[in-house]
Design a protein around this ligand. Structure first.
Ligand SMILES: Cc1ncc(COP(=O)(O)O)c(C=O)c1O
Length: 422
């Protein structure tokens, strides 16, 4: 008798070139690291790897924050951990919305029973930081929660001044850098950002499932005020029992950053079972960034994005959004009138095994999104994608010039040295 178990073979996914807004192809080195054998979570070899990973991510986040570690879960887990640990019911939180991921911050802050104040700007635009500063002065929130690169609109919000302003006003700043960490500059300490979290599946070139996070000392102090120790772990020297000394207990156990700090810190207080495989992968992602150098890495993303945009423009396609504030690593493209965007994406997969992104919300069916990040921020993936897109558009009857794209993109790579990945 045939059972489902013997019908299903060993896993063998098709070879795709993943040029959407993430996930993208992982670095082979990351995949190799993830195939290493497991260790016990309190094995000295493993805790050394945890400590190393913390140190590596301090380099990636450009921070000296002691509290720099991983949340087990996708990027959204990092966001949720930050917000649920910082926000107490009734706290005022300010969220600037310039795309879908601003709305996500509102949604999560709302679930924490925050008094949420929002600022909105049209999709495809960003906020002037003076406007953000004025809103901070007016609302006087406990927390400003903002996305750096919002993949839904492909826009990058400048954040180099607002953190300092918030620090002067005693306001904490949380930044979602899921889509930019390791591809666009975001120096947490220089920009005075208190909590920054990310995911692996974009510029860091790993799989989703681990969320690097960094927490400033002052944010850690706020979180520590809500610290308590689980009943079953409380014992001599473990600290406050089931109720925190000050502040309200954090409403999530899994995402309780105070507990996670105890787990990743010298106390090594038991919490979840850290995923060894994800730790190995996240560690390798950080090693790749630091080996290449953050500046070189950002430059590579910048060049790959520019080359892609030059090729798309030469082909006759119009780019989406404010040209001065595009993410380096994700580009939005208007789907030409009369062209079925999904038919083109379908052809790209069928004929070339290349994935490009669709979009959602008000942009559904109107733009494609192409990512040039991590392992794929390089000449061959960019030129291959342009060639394939030109062919698919021509096959769908679009009036474009598919031949012009490659020389235009190649010229950017020639003109701007620094493209090569490690
Ligand atoms: C800016 C941004 N934030 C958060 C997320 C959520 O990430 P995840 O799906 O890994 O939870 C994404 C995913 O695309 C994103 O682009």
């Amino acid at each position: 008798m045939t059972t489902d178990a013997n019908r299903s073979g060993e896993i063998d996914p098709p070879a795709r070139l993943m040029m959407g807004p993430g996930p993208i192809n992982a670095y082979p080195r990351v995949l190799r690291a993830m195939s290493a054998q497991l260790l016990g979570q309190f094995d000295r070899e493993f805790t050394d790897l945890m400590n190393e990973t913390m140190a590596l991510y301090r380099g990636v986040f450009r921070t000296s924050n002691r509290q720099t570690f991983l949340i087990d879960g996708t990027a959204r887990a990092g966001i949720e951990a930050a917000l649920v640990s910082l926000i107490e019911p009734g706290d005022r939180v300010l969220v600037p919305i310039f795309g879908r991921f601003g709305h996500l911050l509102v949604e999560i802050a709302g679930r924490c029973d925050a008094e949420v104040h929002t600022l909105e700007t049209d999709w495809g635009t960003i906020f002037d930081q003076d406007r953000l500063a004025a809103a901070v002065d007016r609302v006087q929130p406990k927390l400003l929660a903002v996305c750096h690169g919002d993949t839904s609109t492909t826009m990058a919000q400048p954040l180099d001044r607002i953190g300092r302003h918030c620090r002067d006003c005693g306001v904490l700043v949380y930044v979602d850098s899921t889509a930019t960490l390791g591809g666009m500059a975001l120096p947490a300490d220089d920009w005075a950002l208190d909590v920054v979290s990310a995911g692996l599946q974009k510029c860091l070139g790993g799989p989703s499932g681990s969320a690097p996070i960094t927490v400033s000392d002052r944010a850690a102090a706020v979180i520590r005020g809500r610290r308590h120790v689980e009943q079953g772990l409380a014992g001599p020297g473990a600290g406050p029992g089931p109720r925190p000394e000050t502040g309200l207990r954090i409403r999530s156990n899994y995402f309780d950053l105070a507990m996670l700090m105890d787990y990743w810190g010298g106390e090594r207080l038991n919490h979840h079972t850290e995923s060894g495989t994800m730790l190995y992968g996240a560690r390798e992602c950080a090693r790749l960034v630091l080996e290449e150098g953050l500046e070189a890495r950002c430059r590579r993303h910048e060049i790959a994005g520019r080359a892609l945009r030059a090729g798309l423009g030469a082909m006759g396609l119009a780019l989406y959004g404010d040209p001065d504030h595009r993410m380096a690593n994700v580009t939005g493209i208007w789907i030409p009138d009369g062209v079925d965007g999904e038919a083109v994406r379908g052809r790209m997969i069928r004929d070339f095994s290349i994935e490009i992104g669709t979009s959602f919300g008000p942009l559904k069916g109107r733009i494609w999104r192409i990512g040039t990040m991590g392992y794929n921020a390089a000449r061959p993936p960019v030129l291959t994608t342009l060639a394939a897109l030109g062919a698919c558009l021509a096959a769908e009857g679009a009036r474009i010039d598919p031949v012009a794209a490659i020389p235009a993109a190649a010229a950017v790579f020639e003109r701007l040295p620094g493209e090569a990945p490690p």
